[in-house]
Write a protein that binds this ligand. Structure first.
Ligand SMILES: [Zn+2]
Length: 77
């Protein structure tokens, strides 16, 4: 089973938390689990941690999609 969580580093408090790759898309907003700051995930963000998180999330989604396609392929008659 693929881990569908992506690590995110808060730009304010620098603490790490995990967010689901399915949610983590351009324009997605969430609050830091530690300092409660609202974080906006934007591919044009100045913060490289934000851009990296978006990139990681996309890779995870591709991996999940590939794994699902493989499962479907194996299940086919
Ligand atoms: Zn924080």
């Amino acid at each position: 089973m693929i881990d569908d969580k992506v690590k995110v580093k808060c730009p304010k408090c620098s603490m790490m938390f995990r967010e689901r790759a399915q949610n983590l898309r351009n324009g997605f907003q969430t609050n830091c689990r530690h300092c409660n700051r609202l974080i906006t995930f934007d591919t044009s963000s100045e913060d490289r941690n934000i851009r990296r998180a978006l990139l990681s999330a996309r890779e995870v989604r591709i991996a999940i999609e590939a794994a699902r396609a493989k499962l479907r392929g194996n299940a086919a008659p």
